[in-house]
Design a protein around this ligand. Structure first.
Ligand SMILES: Cc1cc2nc3c(=O)[nH]c(=O)nc-3n(C[C@H](O)[C@H](O)[C@H](O)COP(=O)(O)OP(=O)(O)OC[C@H]3O[C@@H](n4cnc5c(N)ncnc54)[C@H](O)[C@@H]3O)c2cc1C
Ligand SMILES: NC(=O)c1ccc[n+]([C@@H]2O[C@H](COP(=O)([O-])OP(=O)(O)OC[C@H]3O[C@@H](n4cnc5c(N)ncnc54)[C@H](OP(=O)(O)O)[C@@H]3O)[C@@H](O)[C@H]2O)c1
Ligand SMILES: *[C@@H]1O[C@H](CO)[C@@H](O)[C@H](O)[C@H]1NC(C)=O
Ligand SMILES: *[C@@H]1O[C@H](CO)[C@@H](O)[C@H](O)[C@H]1NC(C)=O
Ligand SMILES: *[C@@H]1O[C@H](CO)[C@@H](O)[C@H](O)[C@H]1NC(C)=O
Length: 456
């Protein structure tokens, strides 16, 4: 009924061309897919910018907050405080959370675009870059994403159970951390190009009862390294930390774990002694060459090989986003093509075409890099584009149903969602379970139990 009124009002007003007052009458229906930092920062900014905005946040999990829950290490509680801010957004009266609703499985993108004026994609990067070498699918080789999901209790990986007992050597590509006796962190470039922060490196080097091994020869800097280090303070300090660790004497104690930083090596193939489990990796030595005129130094093989035995391999070479039907996707870069957050489709030969009412934010927009705070700036840019389009009057003619339409759609499909209150029940239960063990929380890790807890 109200919508009908707006409809008449719109016709009336568009004849007098008074678009601004019309905008202040009508609700703008926004759907955000994904409840990680990118989704929540976008929702927060939209709610603040315009009080005629109503937002529905969908997530395929029954739990919100994306990688803040399932990526950030459990021993970094201070990083997770941002969850309080996101909870205030989710409980805003113009915002609603719909968990257990998956874009691509439960609902399709065309369905959502029919219902909402604006759809913002914020579903992150839930697949992995691959090394593309022989033996990559042997047992005992995992992506960092799977491994992190496993120890963080993500319901898609709770039964991964990597065999840490029968393994005394783990190899990690891409240089990140962990438990067995000997850990080799292998990087294809040198200590002057390591992809970590000083804080992260200090944490690893500071783990008790671990002897750190770094080849001093790897610390020799080329003129190009010197040039590169001059320009970035963080990289310079990371390099200095490596140099210090390489020259400090090892602890004499017995029964210690070993952490080996192996630089200038890339995997050529994985090895197996039983044809099923990984038993080692064949590494090729690399050297650095400048890539064209880009100034970036890249690792190239030297044709020299060596084998390293191990029973567990973690590939930590980066995440990758997944496409969904009906969405332009750049499979090379693993992102949704966009101009300042406006999704564009292009057919190579012609100019880019802006997809009306479709926006993107976060790792899906920029690729899988950056900390939580990076998504705040990313969301600011996307919201700026949305508001520009709103003020241009792009959504004035629309009479889409928004939330009411979503509820109908889910009902028609016989799908039950988990509201924010359902997550709060899960949250409560996890905290209570944790209290018994003197921990802040004990996560519920299976789909079945999560959905049960949400409905109790
Ligand atoms: C292991 C790890 C540790 C990190 N630690 C830190 C740290 O300590 N500090 C820091 O500042 N940053 C950290 N980061 C970076 C930070 O987590 C990211 O920058 C940030 O989470 C990216 O936000 P996002 O919203 O784009 O994606 P995500 O956080 O991944 O959120 C995506 C959301 O979309 C949902 N989703 C996925 N597919 C669908 C679908 N088809 N339908 C519906 N919903 C879907 C997911 O369930 C998820 O909730 C870490 C990242 C990783 C990988
Ligand atoms: N505690 C934290 O704050 C925290 C923790 C984890 C992640 N994060 C955030 O999450 C983002 C992603 O982190 P990430 O570790 O997944 O990715 P990343 O920072 O991009 O690092 C990827 C690493 O893998 C290497 N690599 C890529 N392809 C390779 C290949 N084919 N062979 C060998 N090595 C390869 C890269 O080497 P090259 O440099 O040679 O390409 C690089 O060292 C980061 O931007 C970070 O901000 C933060
Ligand atoms: C692979 O390793 C597991 C134990 O980690 C073992 O049970 C299994 O038999 C091994 N596979 C083969 C083919 O030997
Ligand atoms: C590309 O898109 C433009 C504009 O939508 C269209 O005119 C053109 O025919 C398309 N070209 C191809 C090769 O599909
Ligand atoms: C969650 O979604 C699944 C698959 O769509 C469905 O079978 C289940 O009933 C839903 N459960 C709840 C509690 O929402």
């Amino acid at each position: 009924m109200r919508r009908l009124l707006f409809h008449h009002a719109r016709n009336l007003l568009s004849s007098t061309k008074d678009l601004s007052s019309l905008q202040s009458l009508r609700l703008l229906h926004v759907c955000i897919i994904g409840s990680g930092p990118a989704g929540f920062y976008t929702a927060e900014k939209m709610l603040k910018a315009d009080d005629k905005v109503e937002i529905d946040i969908l997530d395929r999990l029954p739990t919100p907050f994306g990688l803040v829950r399932s990526g950030v290490a459990p021993d970094h509680p201070e990083t997770k405080i941002v969850v309080n801010q996101f909870t205030r957004v989710a409980t805003n009266e113009r915002c609603s959370f719909y968990g257990n609703v998956s874009l691509g499985n439960s609902v399709s993108l065309p369905e959502l675009r029919q219902i909402y004026d604006i759809v913002v994609l914020a579903y992150g990067a839930e697949s992995d870059r691959s090394l593309g070498v022989l033996g990559e699918d042997l047992r005992g080789i995992y992506s960092a994403r799977e491994f992190v999901w496993w120890y963080n209790g993500h319901p898609d990986c709770y039964n991964l159970e990597p065999d840490l007992k029968h393994t005394d050597t783990a190899v990690i590509f891409g240089q990140v951390a962990l438990e067995p006796l000997k850990v080799y962190l292998v990087g294809r470039r040198g200590p002057a190009q390591a992809a970590c922060t000083t804080k992260e490196l200090r944490e690893i080097l500071g783990i008790k009862n671990v002897n750190v091994h770094i080849q001093e020869a790897d610390l020799v800097k080329s003129p190009a390294d010197e040039e590169g280090l001059k320009n970035t303070r963080i990289q310079r300090r990371v390099y200095e930390l490596f140099a210090k660790a390489a020259t400090s004497a090892p602890h004499p104690a017995v029964d210690q774990r070993e952490l080996h930083f192996v630089f200038f090596r890339k995997p050529e193939r994985f090895l197996s002694s039983d044809g099923c489990n990984v038993s080692g990796v064949r590494l090729e030595k690399t050297c650095l060459k400048e890539n064209g005129g880009s100034g970036r130094q890249v690792a190239v093989g030297t044709g020299e090989f060596e084998n390293l035995n191990c029973g567990l391999v973690l590939k930590s070479i980066g995440y990758k986003s997944l496409p969904v039907n009906g969405l332009p996707f750049d499979s090379q870069r693993g992102i949704v093509p966009n101009v300042k957050g406006r999704v564009v489709s292009s057919n190579q030969t012609e100019h880019e075409k802006v997809e009306h009412g479709l926006y993107v934010v976060g790792w899906l927009k920029r690729g899988p890099t950056g900390i939580i705070g990076t998504n705040l700036y990313c969301a600011a840019e996307t919201v700026m584009s949305i508001l520009e389009d709103v003020h241009k009057g792009e959504y004035v003619q629309s009479s889409k149903p928004g939330r009411e339409g979503l509820l109908h759609l889910l009902k028609d499909k016989n799908l039950r969602f988990v509201p924010f209150g359902g997550w709060e029940k899960i949250d409560c239960k996890e905290k209570m379970k944790g209290q018994l063990q003197n921990r802040p929380r004990d996560k519920i890790t299976s789909w079945e139990e999560l959905l049960k807890a949400a409905n109790e």
